[in-house]
Design a protein around this ligand. Sequence first.
Ligand code: NAD
Length: 256
Amino acid sequence: SLSGKTAIVTGSNSGIGLGVAREMARAGAEVILNSFTNRDEDHALAAEISKEFGVPARYIQADMSKGAECRALIETAGGCDILVNNAGIQHVAPIDEFPVDKWDAIIAINMNSAFHTTAAALPYMRKRGWGRVINIASAHGLTASPFKAAYVAAKHGVVGMTKTVALETAEEPITCNAICPGYVLTPLVEAQIPDTMEKYNMGREEVIKKVMLERQPSREFATVEQLGGTVCFLASDAAAQITGTTISVDGGWTAL
Ligand code: NAD
């Protein structure tokens, strides 16, 4: 059980981050949701989690593209036992046409934010004598695809940072690992299905298996609940000696 632990999940008002926050709340953790917006819906998500699972839950606005706001997220939460660095964006373009502002934003949100939040969270973990840093990287933290230079660079960077943080905390009751998802069925991915069906003139199942999951040997999406379960495992006592490594949740993508 994660009861008594405070978990902060960056970029968690949708998709994997929200799924991870829900599974940690189900396991009894206090959860802090985050994104850069400050809408009523964002705070309502936290209220729903609190009601459904009977745990404290809050939403804290902070823009993960800005280092000072990353650090302020941890300070505003006032504690952090489990840090899940999940916020991320994507842009697809050949490297010689890659917009500089998109490059900078991807490196800032997908990689630099984990530097700032981890730096701010470690003192809290050390004070409580326990901690887990869990970075949501990607299959693209281990392999590449064309036209995703910034994303692949940032995710490889996160995997490297994960190993360094693990070494710096190796003699403490703190671990740092990265989860490398393949294709996950999030609302964002779900929304692409109708267009892709039309483009290829295929049915839903065919477009999923032949087009979208072309690189995922299982031909199944991973789910946000499975990602949440993997995070809960890494936060458990069973995973206390797992540090500085990656766990792929990719249906065999990186085995190819
Ligand atoms: P998503 O778009 O549903 O979620 C991204 C989250 O990040 C959202 O909550 C968004 O509000 C937040 N975010 C974006 N910019 C932010 C900023 N500047 N500050 C704070 N929050 C910000 O996408 P997702 O698929 O759930 O992605 C979550 C993570 O999982 C990302 O790091 C992504 O790279 C990674 N991932 C996703 C897949 C997939 O197939 N969906 C596969 C591998 C890795």
